[in-house]
Design a protein around this ligand. Structure first.
Ligand code: NDP
Length: 337
């Protein structure tokens, strides 16, 4: 059983030294348990928060413990009445080959799912996040302007495409020309702007000539700074993530713009609301799954994966995720099915 543990807590950007790949013996399932062999491991931005020793909506990973993460796994041995050898499940197995489970928190994916890794992306946590955050908090209406950053990642790409299905004008923000071209040509966004461009704020303003009605916040930082003056009266801002700040060790240097933000919220009656997907919306998963399955089957939603082979490449891929090196949903293939 190969596994990656957290060796030390990153200060700022994580480095290879913060992790350790080790080999331990394979666990043995007891009565009522299954032995799961991971095929796909999901890498997600929230994992950076779990590396800090700070109180949040979930506990930190302890030093020398296996890094957490969702996996799509197959049952290798079963002493559980509901699972047969070979069954596919969505589990929370972490950055390792094997884990045992008593069935709690597992989701059946069947004996031969057509796209098993989709359970980590478009049909799973990121897709569900995009759907609920946009529709429940963003409440987009036809004709409105929607802006979303990390536009080619699993959350942003889905937000923008659902926005188009709801009749919005969609302006994406992404890092680099290739990602921006993908957002327009493949995902069908009206425009996509490179946040690395020197005139990024001017370009955003030019493309949002009627202001911004819904800003789906994935990144924070200078993207939000450019968005704030463009928000319309009555705008909605689902606060989903702030990835540009996840490696920060202190607040950004001044000037303090908090009063500008508060004044804008007040005068323009803007609704800004954070959410944690499963805590707030877990009970609404079936509604999402029904709509998303239909959209995928009809070709109304496109989905791109960034697949990396091998547990030994996990750490490097995760470090890259926080710098925009992924192009699509980042998934590690740990083992052959
Ligand atoms: P992505 O695959 O989109 O990966 C992150 C992307 O963020 C990078 O590829 C990069 O894209 C962009 N990025 C990184 N640093 C910066 C920066 N400094 N400025 C601008 N963009 C940056 O991730 P997900 O789709 O999985 O997640 C998107 C967001 O949603 C994250 O903030 C995540 O934490 C959040 N989230 C929140 C949930 C919740 O329950 N609230 C649940 C799931 C996700 P590019 O190269 O285009 O800049």
């Amino acid at each position: 059983n190969r596994r990656i543990v957290l060796a030390s807590r990153p200060q700022g950007e994580p480095t290879a030294e913060n992790f350790r790949l080790e080999t331990v013996s394979k666990p043995t399932p007891q009565s009522g348990e299954v032995l799961l062999r991971a095929v796909y491991l999901s890498l997600d931005p929230y994992m950076r928060g779990r590396m800090n020793d700070a109180k949040s909506y979930a506990d930190p990973v302890a030093i020398d413990e296996v890094m957490v993460g969702a996996t799509v796994s197959q049952v290798e041995a079963s002493q559980h009445p509901d699972y047969k050898v070979g069954d596919w499940v969505l589990a929370f197995g972490g950055w390792q080959d094997y884990c045992v489970s008593n069935g709690e928190g597992l989701m059946h994916l069947g004996a031969s799912p057509s796209m098993p890794s989709y359970a980590l992306g478009i049909m799973g946590m990121p897709g569900f996040t995009a759907y609920m955050g946009l529709l429940d908090i963003g409440a987009p209406k036809a004709g409105e302007t929607l802006v979303v950053a990390a536009a080619t990642g699993p959350v942003g790409a889905t937000v923008g495409q659902i926005g188009k299905l709801k009749g919005c004008k969609v302006v994406g923000v992404a890092g680099g020309a290739e990602k921006c071209r993908h957002a327009v040509e493949v995902l069908g966004f009206d425009a996509c702007i490179d946040h690395k461009a020197v005139d990024f704020a001017e370009q955003l303003a030019a493309h949002c000539d009627k202001g911004i009605d819904v800003y789906f916040e994935n990144v924070g930082g200078k993207v939000f700074d450019a968005v704030l003056p463009l928000l319309n009266t009555g705008a909605r801002v689902p606060v989903c993530g702030l990835i540009s700040q996840y490696n920060a060790t202190s607040l950004p240097a001044g000037p303090d713009r908090l009063s500008l933000l508060m004044g804008t919220l007040l005068v323009k009656r803007i609704r800004m609301q954070g959410f944690i997907i499963f805590d707030d919306y877990g009970h609404r998963y079936p509604e999402f799954a029904k709509d998303m399955s239909k959209w995928l089957a009809n070709g109304e939603i496109q989905y791109r994966e960034h697949l990396v082979d091998g547990i030994e490449n996990t750490t490097k891929a995760f470090i890259g995720l926080l710098k925009g090196e992924n192009f699509g949903k980042l998934v590690i293939k740990l083992n052959e099915p």
